[in-house]
Design a protein around this ligand. Sequence first.
Ligand code: SAM
Length: 445
Amino acid sequence: MSYLSALRVSLNEKLLQLEESLESNLPHLLDASPYSFLDDAEILPPKLVFDLLEKIRVDLKAVDSMITPTRFKLVEMGMLHYKCAALNTAVVLNVAQAIESFGGEAQLCDLAMKCDVNEHKLGRILRTLTGEFVFVECSPDRFKNSRHSIALLSPGARSFISFITDLGMKCANGIPGDMVNPDTKHSFSDRTAPFCKMVSKNDQTFAEYMGDPKNAEMVALGNEGIVGWLNGLTRASLINDYPWEALGDAKVIDLGCGMGDSGIDVLKKFPRLSWVYQDLPSVIDNLKENFPDQLQPRVRDGQISFVVQDYFQSNVSDGDVWYMRGVLHEYDDNEALEVLKHLAVAMRRTPNSIMIINEVLNCSPFILPETSIAPPSEHIPSDQSCLPSTGNTMTWSTFSLFGGKERSLEEYEGLLNSAGFTVSKLYRFRTFTVMLECVLSSQSK
Ligand SMILES: C[S@@+](CC[C@H](N)C(=O)[O-])C[C@H]1O[C@@H](n2cnc3c(N)ncnc32)[C@H](O)[C@@H]1O
């Protein structure tokens, strides 16, 4: 069987399986409404469907790559930033809203008038996007929203696209230089991240830049876009794909809790848990001030508390579960080891305590043995995050903004073993992050 045939058969089988699994709730593409089964951030598809979707997408990419002439493949990839720019332009002009204001369909000339832009240029922006099924040209020069463009009515979605397009493109352009510059090539520090050269240009780190009152607009965009919208990519799986319920009334220590949103989500669903938020003083003050009213009674009865704690120092709290989201990836190995060693000391005070680490893993989208004619969907490694391509892109986005080192499972295991931990379980979330559950090696059975 040829490779093309193998892909055809694989896709046919998987699409049939998908149709059977979804029954009457089949996806749509062109209607200007979300397909809630996939587009509602609170709903997770069953694991079987989630895996099937990923496999189909991977095999479709293989077919696309197979039938695309190399020059076109490379040119299209090298010019992806124009697609980003088109999306951002549609966001800046709020074209989705403009279309809705005309009753759901609009002539190009009317849209151009409403957005106060040149009709010809707007047509080119829209057609760059209709090729991706973001907007639909339903008759010549007449446009409507699609399932994917209607989502741009959300202020959070627009904020994120605006935030990441400009910053992201500038920072991404700094990656090749970072990789070859002798001063930065082995650094994972926020001080040398591409952001410092390409955006702040005065060596201000991302955190320093965002703390500067003159960049308040950027901070607001980031908050609304990232916490308010992008986190929808991972929120449901954090709550549903880790067995929080089984922790009963455990006391969770949330190290480097930041804005505390992940703990807030978990606490709302699992009220028996106790939670200790730890971070640096200004972050803890901010969290206390903005903590949701709904959880205040549990603050008053001591079930939720706030502790100033530098995680590079001995930890003052005791707890059953030590939780870190997006902390270890901030650091190169030596610093990450330091944090972990302090935790190991603290955990020895509570027998059978565990540590849970929520991160993106560096992944292989697929590993294709030369002799195999099985489609790439059959060669996706299982001991890594799901959605490896999305995860890998996210790791570059965070690195180019604020440095940090994402790791593969193997790399985490090496680091954790040196600090006296054993990874006891890998929870693959229905998104691009995982939860690594760890115990002290001295207590592992
Ligand atoms: C990338 S953020 C992660 C925040 C949060 N865990 C989340 O997932 O949204 C890292 C957090 O670590 C905190 N942090 C940085 N250095 C720290 C230190 N030495 N001790 C404690 N927290 C620290 C920062 O203030 C920030 O809130």
